[in-house]
Design a binder for this molecule. Sequence first.
Ligand SMILES: [Zn+2]
Length: 47
Amino acid sequence: MSEKIYKTGETPEAGTYTCTNCGQKVTISQGDTMPPCPRCSNNEFTL
Ligand SMILES: [Zn+2]
């Protein structure tokens, strides 16, 4: 079982994503583009 990684610039489905580096939660609305992590500027998230 592996977790899918979502990257900055993708437009994933709406939800709350977690930074793989610092654990910061980022909430994305439908149609939004994934931003860099607001805390550490990491570009990878899990749902
Ligand atoms: Zn982060």
